[in-house]
Design a protein around this ligand. Structure first.
Ligand SMILES: Nc1ncnc2c1ncn2[C@@H]1O[C@H](COP(=O)(O)OP(=O)(O)O)[C@@H](O)[C@H]1O
Ligand code: SF4
Ligand SMILES: [Mg+2]
Length: 334
């Protein structure tokens, strides 16, 4: 089933196409003449696309390359290789000026609102800053638009003269959302926007993001380390391990039939509220940490932790294959 059929909002038009994207960070040595002695292969050949109006979840343990993927897509980091099409514009080939012109259409919401909001700026300054940079809006225009934006995210416009530390975690994330919305973007990378929040306010922020999507037709890439967090907001979910995608399917399909051993392990790590389901599900415990992306394991990168690995796994790299309509996974043994 296509995501279009699933969520009824997207119209089948591809907004974003990511093709074999790579981001390697050089590890430099030398005091005066710096030279790269090795590379952190944070993102190592990732391909997927997102339809307009759709929410794509991106999950994996910490250090798997999710944030780097999001930032490289927005070209906050220059890519090492690969292509990113936004509509029919290839972002990586744009000049600085062309990129600046495209910027308002793609924004990011960060995990830690306190760290990403300037503590010395008022809410009005923070939310209005993009308007000043991109549209040179006047003080009065900014004030009006900020009031509108605060209302849109459920904050009282009277708070606009206050500073970030005067707000709760959930309210601060709303300020981050208002800032991201200021330029009316079509696409937002939400990088673990609720991970740092109390469980009691997580649902409120997710509901807000969904409401905004319905009203403003925004497309999301929603990053989380916990499968449960992306389950309800995502139309489709991509699972990432050590710089590569290992499985991708619609949200319902992925939860009903997780195929890749890594996805299954992530799923057993997540608490299951239904005791009957928990009793039936086979628990796969993920042992150890994610290996270093400087020297990723040979063959299947998951083979050092996979409970069912065989000889071929350390020798040949499994490619993503379509195993059911719209459901792809990279594993030799499924
Ligand atoms: N600016 C950077 N320079 C060097 N290495 C980085 C940088 N950003 C991230 N990394 C490394 O890339 C890998 C992926 O990081 P990240 O994308 O932040 O993962 P995630 O968001 O899934 O936790 C990690 O090993 C991390 O240490
Ligand atoms: S290819 Fe082998 S090591 Fe990799 S997930 Fe499949 S069974 Fe496990
Ligand atoms: Mg991250």
């Amino acid at each position: 089933m296509s995501a279009e059929a699933q969520n009824g909002q997207s119209n089948g038009e591809l907004l974003l196409q990511v093709k074999d994207l790579k981001k390697h960070f050089p590890i430099e040595r030398g005091l005066f003449l710096k030279r790269a002695v090795d590379y952190v292969r944070a993102v190592d050949g990732v391909s997927f696309d997102i339809e307009r109006g759709e929410t794509m979840g991106l999950v994996g343990e910490s250090g798997c390359g999710k944030s780097t993927t999001g930032r490289t897509i927005l070209r906050l980091y220059p890519p090492t290789a690969g292509e990113v099409y936004f509509g029919d514009v290839e972002i990586n080939s744009l000049s600085g000026r062309e990129l600046h012109r495209l910027r308002p259409r793609m924004q990011m919401i960060f995990q830690d609102p306190l760290a990403s909001l300037n503590p010395r700026m008022t809410v009005e300054g923070i939310v209005g800053e993009p308007l000043q940079i991109h549209f040179r809006a006047s003080r009065k225009e900014r004030k009006e638009r900020v009031a509108e934006l605060l209302e849109l995210v459920g904050l009282n416009p009277r708070f606009s003269t206050r500073y970030p530390h005067e707000f709760s975690g959930g309210q601060r994330q709303r300020i981050g959302v208002a800032r991201a919305l200021a330029l009316q973007p079509e696409f937002i990378v939400c990088d673990e926007p609720i991970s740092a929040l109390d469980v009691s306010v997580q649902a409120q922020v997710v509901n807000l993001l969904e409401e905004l999507q319905d009203n403003l037709q925004i497309t999301y890439l929603f990053i989380a380390h916990d499968l449960n967090m992306v389950r309800y907001i995502s139309d489709r979910v991509a699972v990432m391990y050590l710089g590569k995608l290992v499985e991708m399917a619609t949200s319902d399909e992925l939860y009903a039939h997780p195929l890749h051993p890594y996805t299954q392990a992530l799923m057993s790590a997540a608490p299951v509220p239904d005791p009957v389901v928990e009793g039936e599900a086979q628990r796969i415990i993920l042992e150890g940490d994610v290996p270093s992306p400087v020297n990723p394991p040979s063959g299947c990168r998951f083979h050092t932790r996979c409970p069912i690995a065989e000889e071929i796994c350390s020798q040949e790299e499994p490619l993503l294959r379509e195993l059911a309509p719209g459901h792809t996974a990279a594993c030799h043994l499924i």
